[in-house]
Design a protein around this ligand. Structure first.
Ligand SMILES: Nc1ncnc2c1ncn2[C@@H]1O[C@H](COP(=O)(O)OP(=O)(O)OP(=O)(O)O)[C@@H](O)[C@H]1O
Ligand SMILES: [Zn+2]
Length: 641
């Protein structure tokens, strides 16, 4: 069940108990760090029995969480860093090296605190998203304006948003004129003009005038709600690389303990043995990996790309083939009738009326274009008595007692209609129409290629990604679009099952395939692909089956999202390689007696923090609502209007 946005707006629900709220210091952790430092100071400056007693007390107090964690790990038969560090601390204390024990404990505690702060910062950046929707909104009920909780607003109601206010719902403007900053949803930094009929999104900021909005979606159902949901899911879901990271961290502990045993057997030097145990750190990968994934997903969300989990981010970073559907994906999906070509003895109006009537109930973009043109020219439309749709072919309807076919040449040919061959060089896709077995003529429909599509395809190719256009349209139209956009491979006249088979074949041959689509009939191919990408304007099923949704319908954002995914992968692998290198070198140095336990602890903690910060580079900057910046946009925009 989708939870309500307002309900989760309280950040308390979001954090698990172990993590500090809002990235602040926890007094108890600070007290333990201070105790360890003070204890170490006392032993160093005033050595003696009293100092030793104080040191033991400080050690018990400061080292308690490490010890407790180690014991619970031991009981759970899990090999962790806490366990090896606890062994080292206890061993050092046992041979009377209280200073060493305290300093190692100090390093471990400080590193843990830093780790918590970094991870918490990542979560704060993301929960800022949640807190962005105001809990209350102004609604018009029975003619009066009242304040209600956002959770209580229902679709169909009207909300009023004052200038400078945040838009709390997805909906359509019914009155007012303004500009909205939608950067949080679409990643688009230019404010968009809004007037009656415009769609607005929850999470955008109304910049200038009063807007009255008819509510379509509230809370988790809004585009913004889905972004939040995706990011939260990402926090919880575990990418395969995460399991690898945890395993690797476990092996490193075993390896360090084995190396320590060997060191002891050969050198009989307890200090060197302790150094070997201490030096190998793995939190840089154990904690750095989820942080990188969280950062990657958060960053993509800021662009308006919803990635539904770490596993998909990982797949996206390895995609080598991108398959695109034509209508709605490479084109705007709003085709317009260009030309009517009635057959001899048929009038243009008759052709359009027959086609328009048959298509009245079809949701297909081509059908909408035909119906729109029929309405615009006031053609005589009739309600069809029956209506059926053949996937990838077109519609068959009973209009005024006559069977009307509207679709491609195959539809008519299958019904035994004599259709003249398709002329080449038509300015768009052609729809053929027949009534009672007689060819009535052709309707030429053209769609506009998305302005960013060409640049996006070029960028994908530059990144070494193969692009492929698969469409149900004719080879001529498909070839023209592909040539225009610089796409090398084309599959035309494809039924949804042909697309599916093609995707499955590519996946089976070892390619990592992203399928980008928007239509209902793209859903199977999206599911079969290694990664399904849906356009935000697409059908709901398509968005459901997809692993990534491009809310802003911008193919350029797809390219940027792939870049983010690749960067995330690169950072995770840097951390893996770095950790292995530091640990290997450290263990060797410690075993041959070149490190003391404190230096070993310093190397352990220092390298871990370096890798953690490496991951933190991916986190999007925590951006709060900044009135100054928005005010300047507010002044700048009207000039253009
Ligand atoms: N309602 C309809 N009216 C007219 N023609 C239709 C209709 N439905 C399908 N067709 C014909 O069938 C072809 C394939 O349709 P389909 O919906 O499978 O396309 P698609 O593969 O999703 O297209 P694209 O790749 O362009 O998005 C269309 O190009 C059109 O010629
Ligand atoms: Zn560690």
């Amino acid at each position: 069940m989708p939870r309500d946005l307002a309900e989760t707006a309280c950040p308390k629900h979001q954090h698990d108990a172990g993590v500090h709220e809002h990235g602040s210091f926890e007094p108890m952790a600070v007290a333990r760090i201070v105790a360890a430092a003070a204890g170490a100071g006392v032993v160093w400056f005033w050595p003696g029995r009293t100092a030793d007693a104080l040191a033991v007390a400080a050690l018990l107090f400061a080292g308690w969480p490490i010890l407790r964690e180690a014991v619970s790990n031991l009981l759970a038969r899990r090999m962790t860093m806490e366990l090896s560090m606890a062994i080292a601390v206890v061993a050092a204390a046992a041979i009377g090296e209280f200073f060493t024990a305290l300093v190692v404990a100090l390093f471990v505690l400080a590193a843990e605190e830093l780790e918590h702060l970094t991870v918490a910062r990542g979560r704060v950046a993301i929960h800022d998203l949640v807190a962005f929707i105001p809990p209350q909104a102004t609604v018009r009920r029975e003619g009066e304006l009242i304040q209600v909780a956002v959770a209580e607003i229902r679709p169909g109601e009207c909300v009023v948003v004052a200038p400078g206010g945040k838009i709390p719902v997805d909906g359509v403007v019914v009155a007012g004129h303004s500009y909205a900053d939608q950067s949080r949803i679409t990643g688009e930094s230019m404010p968009a003009e809004k007037s009656a009929g415009s769609s607005v999104f929850a999470g955008s900021i109304n910049q200038m005038g009063m807007l009255e909005i008819q509510v379509e979606r509230v809370g988790r159902d809004t585009s913004y709600g889905r972004i939040i949901e995706a990011v939260e899911a990402a926090e919880q879901s575990r990418a395969p690389v995460q399991r690898l990271a945890d395993q690797l961290a476990g092996y490193l502990v075993y390896f360090a303990l084995a190396a320590a045993a060997l060191t002891w057997l050969i050198t009989r030097d307890l200090r060197d043995t302790i150094s070997v145990v201490i030096v190998a750190g793995a939190c840089g990968i154990a904690a750095g990996t989820p942080l990188a994934i969280l950062g990657g997903i958060g960053r993509a969300a800021k662009l308006g790309s919803i990635i539904k989990g770490g596993v998909h981010l990982e797949t996206l970073g390895r995609v080598d083939t991108v398959i695109l559907d034509k209508t709605g994906t490479l084109t705007l999906g709003r085709p317009v009738v260009q030309e009517l070509r009635p057959a001899a003895g048929v009038s243009a109006g008759e052709l359009l009326a027959a086609a328009g009537s048959a298509e009245i109930h079809s949701e297909h973009p081509l059908a909408r274009a035909v119906v729109e043109e029929a309405r615009r020219t006031k053609a005589a439309l009739a309600e069809p008595a029956s209506f059926s749709y053949t996937v990838g072919r077109g519609v068959t309807a009973l209009v005024d007692g006559a069977t009307v076919l509207v679709g491609n040449r195959k539809l008519l040919a299958d019904a035994g209609v004599d259709v003249p061959a398709r002329e080449t060089g038509l300015p768009g896709s052609d729809i053929v129409v027949a009534r009672e077995g007689r060819f009535l003529g052709e309707i030429i429909v053209a769609d506009v290629v998305r302005p960013e599509a060409r640049g996006a395809m070029a960028a994908l190719q530059a990144m070494g990604v193969r692009t492929l256009l698969l469409t149900g349209d004719t080879a001529e139209v498909a070839g023209r679009v592909a040539a225009d956009l610089g796409i090398a491979e084309v599959g035309a006249d494809m039924l949804p099952e042909d697309k599916l088979a093609r995707v499955e074949a590519l996946v089976a041959s070892g390619h990592r395939v992203a399928m980008v689509g928007d239509g209902v009939n793209d859903a199977p191919a999206l599911t079969a692909a290694s990664l399904g990408v849906a356009m935000g304007s697409g059908a709901d099923v398509t968005k459901e089956s997809a692993d990534v949704v491009l809310i802003g319908n911008d193919l350029g954002k797809l390219v940027e999202t792939i870049r983010i995914a690749r960067r995330t992968r690169a950072i995770i692998w840097q951390n893996f390689a770095g950790t292995l290198a530091v640990d290997a070198v450290g263990i060797v140095l410690a075993a041959v007696g070149l490190l003391n336990p404190m230096l070993a602890a310093f190397i352990h903690v220092g390298s871990e923090i370096a890798f953690l910060l490496n991951s933190a580079r991916l986190l999007p900057a925590a951006e709060r609502f900044r009135p100054e910046r928005n005010a300047s946009i507010q002044r700048a925009t009207p000039k253009e209007a």
